[in-house]
Design a protein around this ligand. Structure first.
Ligand code: BEZ
Length: 212
């Protein structure tokens, strides 16, 4: 089944490096990033998991839990964790799902047979506290993801959930934002008292609002 933005992330119970996890219970009131990787003991995946572990405090600041997945068994995950700690300088500090029976991979459509018949692709799902899928990315096995970009997209999602704004190309937290077209100039006067610049009636730029 292919999953779309706005769909409820399918729930599952599966083994992980921290014991069995029932996904929706594990997410609780947080946001979550579920990311799949092709296989244990592979170089790109090793660097990705090290970087995810290093950035875990940044995800936590945003109330986001992170969880990895591959179709390798639990024993393999556990022995690979030692290599991650040794080579990446950060030990695994979040759960890795051991999806040996591929039940989660099937639910989330993580095996793309025309790319690889057995390994999971590098997919990412950003899931909000209502368990809705808010962002999906799929990378090929040979390309490591950019976890700083995931933080940036989460900053955008959390900001645009709070204010009637959208974030422009290459936006970073603190940068100027766009007033959405649903907001009239009249309404904008109260929502954005700091003012804005109108480049076109549909393109109005303002300072990033700050949550009170
Ligand atoms: C890697 O993580 O290095 C990798 C995994 C599967 C295929 C190619 C590269």
């Amino acid at each position: 089944m292919s999953l779309r933005l706005g769909d409820i992330a399918p729930n599952f119970t599966q083994q992980s490096t921290v014991g069995p996890i029932t996904f929706h219970d594990w997410i609780g009131d947080s946001w979550a990033v579920l990311f799949s990787h092709p296989a244990d003991f592979t170089p790109v995946c090793t660097t990705e998991l090290g970087e995810a572990a290093r950035l875990k405090p940044e995800f936590e600041k945003r109330n986001v839990k992170i969880i990895g997945l591959s179709v390798d068994p639990l024993e393999k995950h556990t022995s690979w964790a030692a290599d991650i700690a040794e080579t990446q300088g950060t030990a695994l500090n979040f759960p890795l799902i051991a999806d040996a029976d591929r039940s989660v991979a099937t639910l989330y459509d993580l095996i793309h047979p025309n790319a690889d018949t057995t390994a999971t692709v590098r997919s990412v799902f950003v899931i909000d506290p209502a368990k809705k899928i808010r962002l999906e990315l799929t990378y090929p096995a040979s390309t490591g993801r950019n976890f700083v970009e995931l933080l940036r997209t989460i900053d955008s999602l959390q900001l645009t959930d709070k204010f009637k704004v959208a974030t422009p190309v290459n936006w970073k937290a603190g940068g100027d934002v766009i007033i959405t077209t649903a907001v009239s100039d009249e309404e904008a006067k109260t929502r954005f008292p700091q003012g804005w610049k109108t480049l076109k009636p549909y393109l109005r730029i303002t300072k990033q609002p700050v949550a009170s």
